[in-house]
Design a protein around this ligand. Structure first.
Ligand code: FMN
Length: 227
């Protein structure tokens, strides 16, 4: 079975964790193909992912008020768009979500929960129940990562994707109730805003150039040589 690892991570926590867990996965029935951020996976597209991979391992945190991390935003947006269109492009794929967050936030685990729900809505089979890692409970997080990593490895080693979902997204909620704050409109607003305007880009380029000149002048003054 071919596996793709997709992550969303604002400060590197989810990324580091899933990479460390995946490093421990050994077996002959599966092969880890690529590890990519959600933004890259969104550009690849669900159809291409499903053609190339049998299993999607997804680790993401929540940021802002239950928003996706910057490098996962396009992936969540694409999940919503496919769901809106009634598409099931991930039929035949298995998946497992590992969530990161902090239970001090009312929107605890919002992005992982949304991701877990939408992946199933798009036809993928939840092969392992989501685990919710909590910054404010180190012991629980350690156990959750180990439990989830072992469960995913078991499925990968079996070489088979279960024929039915292992539970529902709501079953795996550990804190703040089985709630999701719908981010549909936020995704659309961000999409409508689109890329930064041309004047902003020009201003950004000028600022970078000015900073470069200032640094080289300073280096000349101090006799520092760039390597
Ligand atoms: C500004 C900010 C907003 C956050 N918002 C949420 C949130 O809405 N829900 C949640 O569960 N955790 C929230 N968190 C906690 C992060 O998800 C948590 O620290 C996580 O481990 C970060 O993982 P990452 O580095 O992979 O993004 C927030 C953290 C910060 C700094």
């Amino acid at each position: 079975m071919k596996v793709c690892i997709i992550y969303g991570s604002e400060s590197g926590n989810s990324e580091r964790a899933v990479k460390a867990i995946a490093k421990t996965w050994q077996g002959s029935n599966f092969e880890i193909g690529e590890i990519m951020e959600g933004a890259t996976a969104a550009v690849r597209g669900f159809a291409a992912l499903a053609e190339q991979y049998d299993f999607l391992v997804v680790a993401t945190s929540s940021n802002g008020e239950g928003d996706p991390p910057f490098n996962f935003h396009p992936f969540l947006k694409a999940l919503y768009a496919a769901d809106d269109a009634g598409e099931k492009p991930l039929t035949g794929c298995g998946f497992a979500v590992l969530g990161f967050g902090c239970s001090h936030f009312d929107t605890f685990q919002n992005c992982p929960r949304l991701t877990d729900k939408l992946l199933a809505d798009l036809g993928a089979i939840r092969a392992v129940s989501r685990e919710e890692c909590d910054d404010s409970d180190e012991d629980h997080t350690k156990q959750a990562k180990a439990k989830w990593g072992d469960a995913v490895l078991k499925v990968l080693q079996s070489g088979k994707i279960p024929s039915a979902h292992v539970g529902d997204w709501a079953d795996a909620c550990t804190q703040n109730g089985a709630t999701i704050l719908d981010k549909h409109d936020d995704m659309l607003v961000a999409a409508a805003q689109g890329a930064p305007s041309v004047p902003l880009l020009v201003f950004g380029a000028l600022a970078v150039a000015a900073a470069g000149v200032a640094v080289s002048k300073f280096a000349a003054l101090t006799g520092e040589v760039a390597v």
